[in-house]
Design a protein around this ligand. Structure first.
Ligand SMILES: *[C@@H]1O[C@H](CO)[C@@H](O)[C@H](O)[C@H]1NC(C)=O
Ligand SMILES: *[C@@H]1O[C@H](CO)[C@@H](O)[C@H](O)[C@H]1NC(C)=O
Ligand SMILES: *[C@@H]1O[C@H](CO)[C@@H](O)[C@H](O)[C@H]1NC(C)=O
Ligand SMILES: *[C@@H]1O[C@H](CO)[C@@H](O)[C@H](O)[C@H]1NC(C)=O
Length: 349
């Protein structure tokens, strides 16, 4: 006969082994591999061995098994996962945030995201050789998409066809795009994105950005951010922004290199053609954090045709502000905030 004490002992051993197994699993899953693993969040990012090291811990080569079905956030950035399959995210129907940045995928099987009808946010490095037609199939509730792109040629004309709720799109060229096919002029690519409000582009040298006529119909598109990843010159022309100029409220043009370092404007410059600012009749915010006053002084008076409330540009120290500067902005009736960026910090006037 089995005594109560024996039963209790057996029970305790079972509990203990469960705890140690979980503890063991934890010890395996927590660094070097996973940082968080609970019922709502799984984070398994590639991590440096220490704060001071550029060596990395070993990475995942596939999506880890046993992810709780209840999770809303999954972050696998930086891992060495090469393919997404149709069942990669099966059953993760509650997922709202999926971060796959820094994963250089070779393929995404059609329907890989099809189960994720609650997904709101996706960050993805798009495979250079993808041939998918409707790669984001099922993501009809997606609000935010961050796409790292190597090769725009691989974005099929129907790539965005399912993204009918998309509000915020960020595109980052991860190397100079070789196969540049007038990306922003492709009618069938862009036409599904009727809800788009915010577009952020980080581009390399010589990128051709001309927003095609399809952008005329995006009446919600109020904010454009263009970041140059290399200190090169960019000529912002009337033709480039024309289709979206009636809707645009916020425009931010900047060099992205070393946000934190002292501002260097020696190598790059943003030129704004005459007529650009004038055409932006609903513009409220203009941020030109790397553009010196001297190179925009002659176009700034055009801002009187806009609704400008907030203006930010670069100045060689506060001493560079003269009565001439102030004269330029004198008749901007709605202007509330003028920020002059010197080095490192903005001085509010
Ligand atoms: C899971 O971990 C995340 C991040 O640490 C935390 O914010 C969240 O509250 C945790 N959820 C549960 C159910 O413990
Ligand atoms: C990534 O995984 C592949 C095999 O799946 C392997 O050949 C390659 O060396 C791995 N790369 C890194 C950086 O670990
Ligand atoms: C993409 O295709 C090219 C040519 O077929 C090949 O050389 C390259 O290795 C492929 N890249 C990847 C990431 O599979
Ligand atoms: C900028 O573009 C306009 C129109 O294409 C052209 O007239 C002007 O010369 C260009 N400026 C520079 C510096 O490239």
């Amino acid at each position: 006969m089995v005594s109560k004490a024996t039963l209790l002992a057996v029970f305790l051993v079972m509990v203990l082994s469960l705890i140690t197994r979980q503890g063991g699993a934890r010890r395996h899953l927590l660094p070097p591999v996973c940082q968080t693993w609970n019922s709502t969040t799984v984070v398994c990012r590639r991590q440096a061995i220490s704060q001071f090291s550029s060596d990395f811990r070993s990475t995942l080569t596939r999506i880890p098994p046993g992810i709780p079905k209840s999770i809303t956030t999954l972050d696998l950035s930086g891992n060495n996962i090469t393919d997404l399959h149709k069942d990669s995210f099966n059953e993760l129907r509650n997922l709202q945030y999926l971060v796959l940045s820094g994963i250089y995928l070779r393929t995404i099987e059609d329907g890989a995201f099809a189960q994720l009808e609650n997904l709101k946010e996706l960050q993805l490095c798009y495979p250079s050789n993808a041939t998918n037609e409707d790669v984001f199939k099922g993501l009809s509730n997606l609000r935010y998409l961050h796409l790292d792109l190597n090769n725009v040629g691989c974005l099929s004309d129907h790539a965005f066809v399912s993204l009918t709720s998309l509000e915020n799109l960020a595109i980052v060229e991860i190397s100079g795009l070789e196969d540049r096919t007038r990306l922003f002029e492709r009618l069938s690519l862009w036409s599904p994105l009727t809800e788009l409000e915010f577009l952020s582009l980080s581009v390399h040298r010589d990128s051709e950005i001309n927003f095609g006529p399809v952008f005329r119909y995006f009446s919600n598109l109020h904010t454009i951010e263009i970041k140059l990843l290399e200190p090169v010159s960019m000529n912002v022309t009337v033709r480039m922004l024309q289709p979206l100029s009636p809707h645009l409220q916020h425009l931010d043009l900047r060099l992205l290199k070393d946000e934190d370092s002292d501002i260097s404007i020696d190598h790059g410059d943003l030129l704004i053609e005459h007529g650009v600012l004038e055409s932006l009749t609903n513009l409220q915010t203009l941020h030109l954090p790397r553009v010196p006053f001297s190179s925009i002084a002659d176009v700034l008076p055009e801002l009187r045709h806009t609704q400008i409330e907030e203006l930010l540009f670069y100045s060689h120290g506060i001493d560079a502000i003269t009565s001439e500067t102030l004269a330029v902005i004198d008749n901007l009736e709605n202007l509330k905030i003028l920020s002059l960026l010197t080095t490192r910090q903005a001085a509010r006037v």
